[in-house]
Design a protein around this ligand. Sequence first.
Ligand code: NAG
Ligand code: NAG
Ligand code: NAG
Ligand code: NAG
Length: 375
Amino acid sequence: MIWLVVFGGLIACAGNPASATCQLKLTPPEVVVQYGDPFSVNCSSLSSNTKEMGWESPLGAIQLTSGVSFLTLKIKSTSEWEIPAYCYSNLDNGDQCVESLPVIVYKKPKDVVMFHPSPKGPMVEGKDYPINCDIVDVAPARNLSLCLHNENKILECQSFAQPHLLPGIISSVFDLTAHRNLDGTQIWCEAEQNFSPQGPKLPWIKSKPLEVVVLYPPTFNSPTNETLETAGRKIILDCNATGNPVPRYSWHLPEPLQQMNKNEKQLILTRPVQFPGTYSCTASNSQGTTTKYFTVIEAPSGHPGTTAGIVMAVFFVVIFSLGWDRTTFGAIVGGFVALGVVLIIAGVLFVTPDGTFSLNKGSYLRGRPTSSGPV
Ligand SMILES: *[C@@H]1O[C@H](CO)[C@@H](O)[C@H](O)[C@H]1NC(C)=O
Ligand SMILES: *[C@@H]1O[C@H](CO)[C@@H](O)[C@H](O)[C@H]1NC(C)=O
Ligand SMILES: *[C@@H]1O[C@H](CO)[C@@H](O)[C@H](O)[C@H]1NC(C)=O
Ligand SMILES: *[C@@H]1O[C@H](CO)[C@@H](O)[C@H](O)[C@H]1NC(C)=O
């Protein structure tokens, strides 16, 4: 510490350290050095009237040296964590110049340790879990960053403002919110010492990874309720859901299919068993239950009335496109009417011998409300 007192006196005596004529240049202007390693710094005086130059540092000094324009400080081994170093010069006019050298002494971390989040065991989606990471035996605290990683993604990073220069443990806590994306993946902590732009960029140091298990409720891959038509050869009711634990499935089927016992993620209805109605499927696991509804409807087919209408329309279009005149048309219609009359008369004649009421005796007609009462 004596050198500090001496140097303090030196500065106190200095006339005008920051004057324009007072220029000392340090190369490099800043030192980033690993504890135990050597370093050297060149101090050159840019003032022409330099009388003498010197260096002060706790690791070694260079006495005032006359007749030089530069002086190189060489340190064999960096054996201190805090190194206040100064280059100084005295000018002919009595001025003294001082330039301080920033020195960062670092130590690569011995280890990065991640602690299992508590409580142990699988995480539950949506809950927060504290993840503790320690950087062991590292210096200095600033210039350190620590990140929580998941596969190739960085989840969260922290840097440290503590002015610690001596090696020690840097502890950090990340708050991880469990999400299904994390299920089955690995997480780990990674520490980096970054001294750029001046110093070296040291490789990241990783902790051991931790396999994450996240429990989450079933979610359908196609979540909306569906309406399906009985048209095709088969109908697929897709209930596929993802969840952890793996979901169990149960189906609620229309009356005719009640006996079917389905515990699968898909229900396939083939031609003879495509019953219209509401089907529902429930996927459940320890984290929740969710239900999806399917409505199976009859595909719209040709209605008898519609078919007749279409036949009539085609009939008339054909007649008019053939360019027949009114009399031809009249004749044709007249012909049909005549044919109809003939058929009716023939029917009446045919039926009469058996008795008109005999038809009502058929049991299949009993229910008809329009049937005439007994005579
Ligand atoms: C120190 O700087 C001077 C002047 O800039 C230069 O001539 C000399 O080569 C340098 N010495 C070292 C060791 O870098
Ligand atoms: C990291 O180190 C560099 C020295 O190269 C320094 O200039 C910078 O301020 C440091 N960064 C932090 C965040 O402390
Ligand atoms: C599906 O239908 C059910 C019952 O009609 C309804 O409660 C639910 O909100 C519907 N879900 C979706 C996603 O439309
Ligand atoms: C269900 O979905 C998963 C994930 O999307 C997929 O891997 C699987 O093949 C699907 N199963 C069926 C039967 O569609």
